[in-house]
Design a protein around this ligand. Structure first.
Ligand code: C2E
Ligand code: CA
Ligand code: CA
Ligand code: CA
Length: 274
């Protein structure tokens, strides 16, 4: 038994060393990813549930490294945040997303683009100016840009976050609270913040098929609706989930049932159906 314990400890340390090596490689390589054009955005369509109309897209970052291959955002976004590389990378994503939507769907199109914003970006004093500049440079109307923020990025520094969100609100962009339900925050404080929409975390959408859990999702949707927020469901994968969300008058949804994230050159058939 003791031998097994030693072996497990050795294995554990090997695994840990491997993880640290991987983490260090990511950090080193991430420093040059942007200027070497290894980052790109994919776009996942969002649909209006009552009409079936396309609402817009969520931009999701992709990193393809020549040696490491495709590294998922869950591996590199945390590293980008710890090293603050998320500031230049996030600014690039914001500009790229606005330009792509304006190029593929110029006004009078009202399709929206949702961009994920890290807490580090939100707290950066320059952030509202950068958003304003991205709008001016691309020509995109402010109300077509939606910024997605998570609760965890707001909690620590609520007063700064609140001030920054109000500056963004005054620019006319939409603000969405991402991954709703995953954290533990009370609605009392969220209501003080100028969010337009709430995105329900995909774990709650996946619970819809589950006899004992789906009522939690249902109550959550009714509660959010009573507070007059728009609702986006993410991670929609089955017709059963779709039927349920429609019945509850959830506004918008995205997920593999409707479509995976796509390259920008694959979007035009969705935007201009033949
Ligand atoms: P998120 O913002 O919650 O994004 C939704 C994730 O769910 C995406 O994973 C998307 O590809 C995936 N997804 C979409 N439809 C389905 C579905 O039907 N079922 C399931 N199981 N998953 C679905 P992805 O692209 O790997 O991104 C993971 C996370 O990385 C994002 O979660 C977001 O927190 C972060 N992220 C991605 N791009 C950016 C970015 O540009 N900036 C920042 N700060 N974070 C980003
Ligand atoms: Ca998101
Ligand atoms: Ca989410
Ligand atoms: Ca997330």
């Amino acid at each position: 038994a003791q031998e097994t314990g030693v072996n497990q400890t050795v294995q554990y340390h090997e695994k840990l060393t491997e993880q640290i090596r991987h983490r260090t490689l990511i950090e080193v390589y991430l420093r040059s990813a942007l200027k070497e054009n290894q980052l790109s955005l994919q776009y996942q369509p969002q649909y209006e549930l009552q009409t079936g109309a396309l609402r817009g897209f969520e931009a999701l970052m992709r990193w393809n490294h020549p040696d490491l291959g495709c590294i998922p955002p869950s591996d590199f976004i945390p590293v980008a945040e710890e090293t603050r590389l998320i500031l230049p990378i996030g600014q690039w994503a914001l500009r790229q997303a606005c330009e792509t939507l304006q190029r593929l769907a110029p006004s009078p199109s009202t399709l929206t683009i949702s961009v994920n914003i890290s807490g580090i970006q939100l707290l950066d004093e320059q952030f509202p100016t950068q958003v304003s500049n991205a709008l001016t440079a691309s020509g995109l109307h402010a109300e077509r840009l939606e910024l997605e923020l998570t609760e965890s990025s707001l909690l620590d520094t609520l007063d700064i976050a609140e001030r920054q969100l109000k500056s963004l609100q005054s620019l006319g962009v939409r603000l969405a609270l991402d991954d709703f339900g995953r954290g533990f925050s009370s609605m009392n404080y969220l209501r003080k913040l100028p969010f337009h929409l709430i995105k329900i975390d995909k774990s709650f959408i996946h619970d819809i098929g589950n006899a004992t859990e789906h009522e939690v999702t249902g109550s959550m949707i009714q509660f959010i609706k009573q507070m007059k927020y728009g609702i986006v469901a993410e991670g929609l994968e089955t017709y059963e989930q779709l039927t349920y969300l429609r019945k509850l008058h959830c506004d918008f949804a995205q997920g593999y049932l409707f479509g995976k994230p796509l390259q920008d050159n694959q979007l035009s058939t969705l935007i201009n159906p033949v």
